[in-house]
Design a protein around this ligand. Structure first.
Ligand code: PLP
Length: 316
């Protein structure tokens, strides 16, 4: 199953900021693993797909918003591995479909729109039972691939990567970070950057995810878990909120280092790290690894207002 994916390359970042800070900065390019199914999304899906296959399911059903990286990746994975896919989409249908949803439909995903009140029930057995009654035997993957299978996949993000002291990742639900913390040694540090406002609540979510994981008996690469740190100051107003400064930063970063960033997740984390380097948050000699978790499809699909801001910036 993994053989169609390219091993993610690690790219060094050299600039005045890294030089002044006296650190080594690298980026793990999970975004380059596959054009459709990449980033942390592949790692979160992997064991869900394997479980579905083992249990002989031929249909996957999952949940997401209209711009969801997870919907995009699940549709792509369904097509690649010969599984039917159903995407339960929050909100009403809007035509023409945006690039995320039209890609999903092209891959054969059946879209089912769901009002916001019903969508809030997406984790309940009642809604799952209703969906199974309507669509037959479906293997249900939670929104974002955020379950213990998702954590398990994310324990496999780092092991092949060379030496580093600190790993940084953008954080939505904390599933990816939980997997990463399970794969670090005690000499390493994990730092997550919540992209939601007031993201400190994620600490207890991550702790309980880790507790459930450890209690489940699923494999732990180091038989231990590292404590991680959340840095909650780089949310730019909350989920999917962007401003001129963030857009300008991602454009410049792309131009200078050849690494595109998505506005919702990776741009905020990369901005945060570059800012912290200038504030001497890290120690000289630190080898810092940034995990590029993908999500670039969202830049195409995200509302035209981002493009309008970009145009405005270019006109200045
Ligand atoms: C591109 C990207 N980066 C980071 C994340 C955050 O992952 P998590 O929800 O596991 O914290 C997501 C959401 O899954 C994502 O789509």
């Amino acid at each position: 199953m993994s053989s169609i994916f390219l091993p993610p390359p690690t790219q060094q970042i050299h600039c005045n900021i890294t030089q002044r800070a006296g650190i080594k900065l690298s980026v793990l390019r999970l975004d380059l693993m596959h054009p459709w199914v990449n980033g942390n999304k592949w790692f979160k899906l992997k064991y869900n797909l394997l479980e579905a296959e083992e249990k002989n399911f031929s249909q996957l059903l999952t949940f997401g918003g209209a711009y969801s990286n997870h919907i995009f990746a699940t549709a792509g994975a369904g097509k690649l591995f010969g599984l039917q896919t159903i995407g339960v989409i929050r909100g009403e249908e809007r035509l023409p479909l945006n690039p995320t949803l039209s890609f999903a439909v092209q891959q054969g995903m059946q879209l089912v729109y769901c009002d916001r009140t019903t969508y809030r029930q997406r984790h309940t057995t009642e809604l799952h039972a209703q969906l199974k009654e309507r669509y037959g035997e479906v293997f249900i993957i939670p929104e974002g691939g955020s379950n213990l299978n998702g954590v398990r996949g994310c324990t496999e993000i780092l092991p092949e990567v060379g030496d580093f002291d600190i790993v940084c990742v953008a954080c939505g639900t904390g599933t990816t970070f939980a997997g990463i913390l399970l794969s670090l040694t005690h000499k390493q540090r994990g730092i997550a950057f919540p992209i939601l406002k007031n993201g400190s609540f994620l600490q207890s979510e991550i702790d309980s995810l880790l507790q459930s994981y450890l209690a489940s008996g699923l494999p732990t690469p180091n038989n231990s878990v590292c404590t991680g740190e959340l840095i909650c100051d780089y949310h730019f107003g909350g989920y999917a909120k962007i401003n001129d400064e963030l857009l300008k930063f991602s454009q410049q970063f792309h131009q200078t280092h050849g690494i595109p960033l998505d506005y919702v997740y990776t741009a905020k984390m990369f901005y945060g790290v570059m800012d912290l380097l200038q504030k001497e948050f890290f120690s000289k000699g630190d080898r810092i690894l940034l995990v590029h978790t993908g999500g670039l499809q969202g830049n195409l699909a995200r509302d035209q207002s981002a493009l309008r801001i970009e145009q405005r910036l270019q006109e200045r």
